[in-house]
Design a protein around this ligand. Structure first.
Ligand code: UD1
Ligand code: UDP
Length: 384
């Protein structure tokens, strides 16, 4: 029997981290040929992930430009995908999550009448403009897709409410599969600055921030809050902030946080470095989606620097809180966790609502089942 040609399409850092273990799983299946097409919506940040997970793309559309707009990302992806699909002739195209690469990848597959599998399907905030443009990207992909790999039961329920019930699987999130391969107790960082962090004497706060809907006033307020927290707690807090390469973010972070002695503004970290730093930190403050999934698995409390989240499972489990984007609220919530050991202990416990490390196996099994070549996988169910 001919091998199924499964083409994974991704372009940004988080997609790459979450698709890397899946690309490997597909390559290990003898019924499949795993093809990898990167748009390179991110360049350096994507290449770093490809290197950590030793992935060699079959196609690289190399679309990134400085300060790219949503339209240029989408149109360049669509044009590049035409040639890639014609040349590689996939039986199924996999896209991940909610980026512009995701939307353009799915749309292009549809234009070529190739079925689409949506990895990390069913997340919703029900606010068209937050996260922007991700909420709309993932809703549009829902309309196009044929297979839906939902991380959680709640995500499946979201799809059910939109009358999407065929081809839906609850698999867990592939990010937990990735995390299992990167975190080690004896990990040594490339930079001495990180090896020398006083993790046993001071509270290490790991920060990231990049969302487009936070550009402008919200991001100014977030950075101002972070500066206040670092200055006020100079004796017991060390803040580590690997700054996203977006010029809008770089400028804002440097303006507020440069020159504060207990703030480490550093370049983006490789995925394995980031995961191991998270495993050693005290608290995570972030507007990232991926960090909201990873930190709970590592037992680290998270304050989310957004007004809403499409990942309420860890909020329910008590390890993640929405801090919002108002300066005083962020300061109050962070200071509670810095000063009050009981409040901290109540949040600092490991939970795994997002996966058990077997998401990629379930997705590969579901694809084979869809093509009539295997058993239907069992659903992922978090342990209570
Ligand atoms: C994108 C995704 C967002 C995801 C985020 C993860 C869209 C619209 N947004 O947002 O969903 O959460 O990635 O990080 O798809 N840059 C570099 N080098 C890099 C990466 C980025 O220089 O390796 C700079 C470029 O100037 C680029 C800018 O960052 O124009 C912004 O990148 P872009 O992909 O447009 O948006 P993100 O905010 O990264
Ligand atoms: N990450 C990383 N290096 C960094 C910051 C983040 O490897 O300097 C990882 C992080 O651990 C997670 C993913 O990148 O796996 C999240 O990506 P990002 O925050 O850019 O996007 P989002 O998840 O918000 O879409």
């Amino acid at each position: 029997m001919e091998k199924l040609r499964i083409m994974s399409v991704f372009g940004t850092r988080p997609e790459a981290i979450k698709m890397a273990p899946l690309v490997r799983e597909l390559a290990a299946r003898e019924e499949m040929e795993s093809i990898c097409c990167v748009t390179a919506q991110h360049r350096e940040m994507l290449d770093s992930v490809l290197s950590v997970f030793d992935l060699k793309p079959d196609r690289d559309l190399d679309i990134m430009t400085p300060r790219q707009t949503l339209s240029t990302i989408t149109s360049k992806c669509l044009t590049g995908m035409d040639e890639a699909i014609d040349a590689l002739k996939p039986d199924l195209i996999l896209v991940h999550g909610d980026t512009s690469t995701t939307f353009a990848g799915a749309l292009s597959a549809f234009y070529h009448r190739v079925p689409v599998g949506h990895v990390e399907a069913g997340l919703r905030t029900y606010d068209k403009y937050s996260p922007y443009p991700e909420e709309m990207n993932r809703k549009l992909v829902t309309q196009i897709a044929d297979l839906y790999f939902c991380p959680t039961e709640l995500n499946r329920e979201n799809l059910r409410r939109e009358a999407v019930t065929e081809g839906v699987f609850v698999t867990g999130n592939t990010v937990i599969d990735a995390l299992k391969t990167t975190v080690r107790t004896d990990f040594a960082f490339a930079a001495e600055e990180l090896n020398r962090l006083p993790c046993d004497r001071k509270k290490i706060i790991l920060v990231t921030c990049h969302r487009r809907e936070n550009y402008g006033r919200p991001m100014e307020d977030i950075m101002s809050a972070l500066a206040h927290i670092a200055r006020t707690h100079g004796e017991d807090v060390e803040m580590v902030y690997p700054v996203h390469l977006s010029p809008a973010v770089q400028e804002c972070a440097k303006r507020h946080l440069s020159g504060i002695k207990n703030v480490h503004l550093i370049p983006p970290l490789a995925a394995d470095e980031m995961h191991n730093l998270m495993a050693r930190c005290y608290l995570v403050m972030t507007d990232s989606g991926g960090l909201q999934e990873e930190a709970p698995a590592l037992g680290k409390p998270v304050l989310v620097l957004r007004r809403e989240t499409e990942r309420p499972e860890a909020v329910t489990a008590g390890t993640v809180k929405l801090a919002g984007v108002v300066r005083e609220d962020i300061i109050t919530m962070a200071e509670e966790l810095i000063r009050d050991p009981e409040a901290y202990a109540a949040m600092a416990h490991a939970v795994n609502p997002y996966g058990d490390g077997n998401a990629c196996r379930r997705i590969a099994d579901a694809i084979l089942w869809h093509f009539g070549r295997g058993e239907k996988p069992e659903d992922f169910r978090p342990q209570s």
